[in-house]
Write a protein that binds this ligand. Structure first.
Ligand SMILES: NC(=O)c1ccc[n+]([C@@H]2O[C@H](COP(=O)([O-])OP(=O)(O)OC[C@H]3O[C@@H](n4cnc5c(N)ncnc54)[C@H](O)[C@@H]3O)[C@@H](O)[C@H]2O)c1
Length: 448
């Protein structure tokens, strides 16, 4: 008797239950690696795919390259069978493949899906009947159906098609967004509900069965596009609200009102208000980027996302606002920015993480240097900074003992390792973009 796809899905579910199921995760970065570790904790033998040979080698040596993940975590995953590889032919052995590769913007601020399309083209030749492919990368609604499925169908030599119900033959495809908040330890990863949309109910249910092994709750939705849009709504919600408080901060400064005090008072309301905080601008791989994915897609529907783009613009302007305030604070003390020494505290885009992507500190450094300032930085997570996407710094971390030598110290990221009272006591001038000096009374502190 020939095996049907229905038999095959039942077999995958059985294999998941017994932990024989093979799960491949493509992209061993900030999203894919912790996901691999979560499955490993549940005794799955995970294969981590990555094109970066350094990452593959490091992981296979039982070491980590992400600060908040320890070598011991990798080693215990290895005890469950975890191994990293750059060899895509291993895809053929997997029951489930989860894609966690970057989705950045190109130089025109448009979606750059090349990491996703390269990955899917690499998977397609090894695609198996009954296999489940899940995309987790954040992207615009329609990507799974319009980009991923056609590439998989066109690229597999057996001519397999996506199976939209349990009876049809082929492979399964789903989208499930990653909703992690790096550095936020208040919610355990397995307590973050997993939204899942499948190309058909069978794919959705199979994907839910996979995630039910590591997440406490799955939220099935009617299509991949709904799941894709859910992720964008969540991030755009944050982007717009951060823009609102960033704008209000500028107004409050003119009015002589402390917006942080206002927010603390407003958040005592038990309903209808969620606190967001102003800062030097947006960073990370999500909030500054994702809104532009939707804005781009909206144009195909003759729709201009004015609200989203305005929020993006307010947030993009924040590093310029910070630099204006540095210039103002220094000139009030009789110092021109040009030729002065400025120390940035914190390069990472947010507290206690080792992620520099899209960080506003990079723009602030660039703007200060263009105006002739002699800029240095301190960040416990970056002993040196070389070349990255859209920046080339070639700088080394300046020790905090040198603070008194600087004309101005700018708090860009409020890492919890910093003792702000000591920093204020030593510094000639502190420009604080994070309210990190709350409660410290000093004429040398300027908040912006
Ligand atoms: N970092 C976050 O906090 C976060 C949170 C939620 C969602 N996301 C989304 O998750 C996705 C991944 O983000 P990330 O932060 O993990 O990115 P990352 O850059 O940390 O990791 C991506 C990994 O994919 C690898 N890669 C790239 N192309 C590949 C290919 N063709 N084959 C195999 N490996 C390949 C890279 O070498 C890298 O190791 C993005 O879409 C992002 O928007 C990220």
């Amino acid at each position: 008797m020939t095996e049907t796809v229905l038999d095959r899905t039942h077999e995958i579910i059985r294999r998941l239950e017994t932990r024989e199921g093979r799960i491949g995760i493509v992209g061993m970065g900030y999203v894919g690696l912790p996901l691999a570790l979560l499955f490993s904790e549940e005794r799955f033998a995970i294969t981590g795919f990555d094109i970066d040979p350094h990452k593959v080698k490091t992981l296979n040596q039982g070491s980590s390259y992400i600060v908040r993940i320890h070598g011991a975590d990798i080693q215990s995953a290895q005890n469950s069978g975890f191994a990293a590889t750059a060899d895509y032919s291993q895809i053929a052995k997997m029951d489930v493949v989860i894609i966690c590769v970057p989705t950045p913007l190109n130089e025109y601020h448009e979606p750059d899906l090349t990491y996703v399309t390269d990955t899917v083209r690499s998977i397609a030749p090894y695609l198996q009947e009954g296999q489940l492919i899940i995309l987790e990368s954040t992207t615009y609604p329609g990507t799974t159906e319009e980009v991923v499925v056609p590439l998989l169908e066109a690229g597999n030599p057996a001519g397999l098609r996506v199976a939209r119900d349990a009876e049809s033959r082929g492979f399964y495809v789903a989208f499930s967004p990653e909703r992690e908040d790096p550095g936020n330890d208040t919610v355990a990863r397995r307590d973050i509900p997993k939204v899942v949309g499948g190309c058909g109910p069978a794919a959705r249910d199979l994907a839910c069965a996979v995630y039910a092994t590591i997440f406490n709750r799955c939220v099935p939705v009617s299509s991949p596009a709904v799941a894709e849009m859910t992720k964008l709504l969540e991030n755009i919600y944050r982007c717009v609200n951060i823009a609102l408080v960033n704008e209000l901060k500028q107004l409050c400064m003119r009015m002589g009102i402390d917006l942080f005090e206002v927010i603390d008072a407003a958040k005592t309301k038990p309903f209808g208000f969620q606190a967001f905080y102003p800062g030097p601008g947006l960073g990370g791989h999500c909030i500054p980027i994702d809104p532009f994915y939707l804005a781009w897609k909206a144009k195909q529907f003759d729709f201009h996302t004015k609200f989203i783009e305005l929020a993006g613009q307010v947030n993009l302007d924040m590093p310029y606002f910070v630099v204006e305030n540095i210039i103002e604070a220094m000139s009030q003390r009789g110092k021109p920015l040009c030729g002065s020494r400025v120390l940035l505290l914190g390069l990472a885009y947010k507290r206690d993480i080792d992620d520099l992507r899209e960080s506003p500190s990079l723009t602030i450094i660039e703007l200060l240097q263009k105006r002739g300032a002699l800029v240095e930085y301190n960040d416990p997570f970056f002993p040196t900074v070389g070349r990255g996407r859209k920046y080339a710094l070639n700088m080394t971390c300046t020790p905090l003992e040198k603070i008194p030598e600087f004309d101005c110290v700018v708090i860009v990221t409020d890492h919890s390792q910093y003792d702000f009272a000591e920093i204020v006591a030593k510094a000639q001038l502190v420009v604080d973009t994070r309210n990190a000096t709350k409660g410290i009374v000093s004429a040398n502190v300027v908040k912006c």
